[in-house]
Design a protein around this ligand. Structure first.
Ligand code: HEM
Length: 147
């Protein structure tokens, strides 16, 4: 009888922990990478972002000699890694990569606008958008040379 009770309690414990895994308390622990939709979703946003930048006369001059294919790859890996995904960013650090470009604060803000527009194209929710911008925001001081 005692054994039967033990088995019953164990079964309840296991069932409860499975049930709880499906609740939002645990859903919050998913990485930003997962909540964005993984590498495919990040790739779609980055491609749209680069296209927005190319069409943005405020800043597209900075990119006239850029290797857009490489930039696309680096950005996907950078965002994937920074949001907790399984990628490795292999580009240069932000200070070295933007050295001598004389990026202004206005140019930085314009680029962020183009990124937000890309995120909005894919209906990325406010929460995830805010979290991604909070990760990229602190890079500003390494990128802007002309405040
Ligand atoms: C948070 C904002 C930004 C991020 C995360 C970012 C990220 C990157 C990355 C990952 C690279 C590639 C590095 C490498 O090749 O090793 C890069 C290159 C570059 N970035 Fe940025 N960047 C940002 C802001 C800006 C701004 C504001 C501008 C100019 C308006 C800019 C212009 C460029 C250019 C021209 C390149 C070089 C591309 C090439 O030579 O092929 N970036 N950036």
């Amino acid at each position: 009888m005692r054994e039967a009770k033990k088995v019953l309690y164990a079964a309840i414990a296991v069932t409860c922990s499975w049930a709880l895994c499906g609740t939002s308390a645990f859903a919050e622990e998913r990485s930003l990478y997962e909540r964005l939709g993984g590498v495919g979703a990040i790739q779609a946003v980055v491609t749209k972002f680069i296209s927005n930048v190319g069409a943005d006369s405020r800043i597209n001059g900075y990119f006239k000699n850029a290797d857009l294919k490489q930039l696309n790859k680096h950005l996907v890996n950078q965002v994937c890694q920074a949001t907790g995904g399984p990628c490795t960013y292999e580009g240069r650090d932000m200070k070295t990569a933007h050295k001598g470009m004389k990026v202004t604060t206005a140019a930085f803000n314009a680029l962020v606008e183009d990124l937000v527009a890309a995120l909005d194209t894919f209906n990325v929710p406010e929460k995830e958008k805010g979290e991604l911008l909070a990760i990229l925001g602190p890079m500003k001081s390494d990128i802007v040379e002309v405040p």
